[in-house]
Design a protein around this ligand. Structure first.
Ligand code: NAD
Length: 428
């Protein structure tokens, strides 16, 4: 192979793994189906606002470090922006832009009145103390404060941020506006305005999506063998809820490896082991496999619920599942998506399948603004209603336009945003 073709291959691979390019590709395909005019495409491609901030933080050893943070607000047309904040060393503006746009489409596909945003701070939380993380979070909140607020932009947890981070943001914002403003963030602890059912919501949405998808293929949960990648908030909860519905969970994984039992795992026992030891390794009632093999296991339903770029041009033709429900954001590259479609695999895409989390975040925002909190039963039944309605909208569009569920989800989402744009008109 010439060095030129090696460079071209490595560029193609880099492009395949670039979330912004993946999202842009999906956007263009759906926009073509909608015959969207070039002007509106330009509006919807570009983020409405991007903020980059420098964050000086006093470290525990007395030194000063300056961190870089971003907040990208992709679109305000349907309401305040909504999207997580991640703390990670590899955060970059391309990734944050793509994730912000994804949030616009995700909120639109489940028809909740938010636009999309995402934030991030370049830092390595594993090497920071709680005090350093608190000072960084508070400084970041103040730096982006002018564009935050319950009616402007409502962050939530994402990679390496959690309920505690949201509590610090809520407190910092509230101290500045001189009143307790719980609705400025979601994913808070219950005692300061969090919602019942929020922790389970994404996994529950994945389960509801799987149930709806089974109806399309005419299969029963009892006859469905499932592989779940990831056993965290999304994968672990989805596995537990699917197990309770009668699905046979053959395999679970974490970042250290996978476990497999072809007769079905005792999911509660696996999750107890994981909670006690911190990893799946050592669980005795299963064989252990390297993660590369897990996605290719023989099964009926695959739930990638760990991280992005897991189903790629390198393994898409070896995936045996005929049904995939995406719990993670961007687990399938655009190239792999096409391979799966050509092979007739049905994929319930991330912007629909994992939208349960943002839906209950929306419920949290509503409850905070009303000052009246719902029971878990009410949260779960309203979530189910929204997920089922959204699934049906997407499946119907896929059927009438003869496109994949992914393209259909983008068509539904983009059409809703474009309709609002046309109705509101151009302010000038
Ligand atoms: P988490 O940190 O709770 O769990 C991630 C899990 O994946 C862990 O079990 C980890 O060990 C495992 N993992 C990481 N890399 C892996 C690999 N290469 N192979 C196998 N397992 C691996 O995170 P989460 O909240 O469950 O989020 C998972 C995905 O879902 C992310 O893409 C996230 O953006 C997306 N998501 C999360 C939510 C939410 O509400 N938490 C909502 C929408 C989308």
């Amino acid at each position: 192979m010439s060095s030129g073709s090696v460079v071209a291959d490595s560029q193609a691979l880099q492009d395949e793994f670039n979330p912004f390019l993946s999202m842009a590709k999906e956007f263009e395909v759906a926009a073509d189906h909608l015959n969207l005019d070039q002007g509106i495409r330009q509006v919807l491609r570009m983020p409405d606002r991007e903020m980059k901030v420098s964050l000086p933080v006093l470290m525990d050893d007395g030194s000063l470090s300056v961190f870089v943070g971003y907040r990208v607000q992709h679109n305000f047309l349907r309401g305040p922006c909504k999207g997580g904040i991640r703390f990670a060393p590899e955060v970059n503006i391309d990734e944050i832009r793509a994730l912000a746009a994804w949030m616009t489409w995700k909120c639109s596909v489940v028809n909740i009145p938010f636009g999309g945003a995402k934030g991030g701070v370049i830092c390595d939380p594993r090497n920071m103390s709680i005090g350093e993380l608190e000072r960084l979070t508070r400084r970041y909140t103040v730096a982006i404060m002018d564009i935050l607020g319950p009616d402007r932009d409502v962050p939530a947890p994402d990679m390496n941020t959690n309920e505690q981070t949201m509590a610090w943001i809520m407190d910092t914002y509230s101290m500045h506006v001189r009143r307790t403003t719980t609705a400025v963030v979601t994913g808070k602890p219950l005692s300061i305005g969090g919602s019942r059912g929020r922790k389970e919501a994404t996994g529950r949405g994945v389960m509801i999506s799987a149930n709806e998808a089974l109806k399309i293929v005419g299969r029963r949960p009892e006859d469905t063998r499932v592989v779940v990648q990831g056993s965290g908030n999304v994968g672990g909860v989805a596995a537990m809820l699917l197990h309770r519905q009668g699905y046979r969970i053959l395999s679970l994984s974490d970042m250290y490896g996978s476990i497999h039992n072809e007769h079905g795992l005792d999911v509660p026992a696996v999750l107890t082991h994981l909670q006690e030891t911190g990893r799946l390794e050592g669980y005795s009632e299963a064989e252990h496999l390297p993660n590369e093999e897990q996605l290719e296991l023989d099964c009926d339903l695959l739930v990638p619920a760990a991280t992005e770029n897991q189903i790629t041009s390198a393994n898409a033709d070896r995936i045996k599942a005929k049904l995939i429900v995406e719990g993670a954001n961007g687990p399938t590259t655009a190239v792999a998506s096409q391979i799966l479609e050509d092979r007739g695999v049905i994929v319930v895409p991330d912007i629909l399948a994992n939208a349960g989390g943002v839906t209950v975040s929306y419920f949290e925002w509503i409850q905070d603004r009303m000052g009246y909190f719902w029971t878990e039963e009410i949260v779960n039944s309203r979530l189910e209603q929204i997920m089922v309605d959204s699934f049906r909208d997407v499946a119907e569009t896929a059927g009438t336009r003869k496109v994949s569920m992914r393209t259909a989800a983008y068509i539904v989402a983009i059409d809703r945003v474009a309709t609002v744009y046309r109705l509101r008109g151009l302010f000038s």
